[in-house]
Design a binder for this molecule. Structure first.
Ligand code: PEP
Length: 259
């Protein structure tokens, strides 16, 4: 049975000009010298995707998009399809981020259609779910993320890679995080929802935690039961901070030392 590999992914959001590529290169160089236990990805703005993919080609850092359209091509001014992301060198794509669910009115059905398009294009979708502060305070986190998982996943063909990120909306960019028990409870609920949906294949799906992960709290967050990695916003913009988070996932094995 395929087991899930730890994953640390940076979401640059709408940050980064060409000058910022040096941070991505620094992460790649540091990981080449000092391999990590986790798969590492960086999701820059679309304008940098192709350049970042070229700059990091052949190295240990995967590159990804932050959204895609559900259609492969057509009259959708301003949008980018999954096939276009893949063509630009992306391996990953973040979908259903709360900033898109709230700011762009994306529904679970919209997210499911995008996940289908991403899989079709050969990308690994990172599907984001998470409750608002009001839902958290009402004790509804498990119900909300379970509903989002059920609604945001299309049929997943066997053998396709998929990741999920639990990102409480109120923890993003706020410096706040849920307690370890709360995170463990929600991750267990996500794992159960994935198992109902995907059967045994669910064991291969990493469930990342996201929301104010930083070098100081990463080691604690990454050892919570059921946490298979992190989706990192602000702290992924600087190589030094991002590397500190990656190191918190533990040391890896150098490619030339693997049997
Ligand atoms: C995010 O937006 O995906 C995120 C986790 O942001 P931050 O780490 O800045 O809270």
């Amino acid at each position: 049975m395929k087991q899930c590999v730890k994953m640390i992914v940076g979401n640059w959001k709408m940050n980064g000009l060409a000058s910022g590529l040096s941070e991505a290169r620094a992460v790649s160089e540091a990981l080449t010298a000092e391999p990590a236990a986790a798969t590492v990805g960086l999701c820059p703005p679309t304008t940098l995707l192709d350049r970042m993919a070229r700059a990091l080609d052949g190295g240990p850092v995967q590159v990804g998009g932050q959204d895609c359209h559900a259609e492969a091509s057509g009259a959708f001014t301003g949008s980018v399809s999954a096939a276009m992301l893949a063509d630009a060198g992306a391996r990953l794509v973040i979908l259903g981020h709360s900033e898109r669910r709230a700011g762009c009115g994306e529904t679970d059905a919209d997210v499911a259609a995008k996940v289908g398009a991403a899989l079709q294009a050969g990308l690994e979708p990172i599907v984001c779910v998470g409750e608002t502060l009001a839902e958290h305070e009402a004790g509804e986190a498990v119900a909300v993320v379970t509903r989002q998982i059920e609604g945001s996943l299309p049929e997943i063909p066997a053998g396709k890679d998929l990741a999920v990120a639990y990102e409480p909306v109120w923890a993003i960019g706020s410096g706040l995080t849920p307690t370890s028990d709360q995170i463990a409870e929600v991750h267990a609920a996500i794992r159960a929802a994935l198992s109902r949906r995907l059967g045994e294949a669910a064991t291969a799906v990493p469930i990342l935690y996201g929301g104010s992960v930083n070098p100081a709290n990463a080691a604690d967050l990454l050892t919570i039961d059921g946490v298979d990695g992190a989706l990192v916003g602000g702290a992924s913009l600087k190589a030094e901070d991002f590397m500190a988070i990656i190191r918190a996932a533990g040391p890896g094995v150098a490619a030339d030392a693997q049997g």
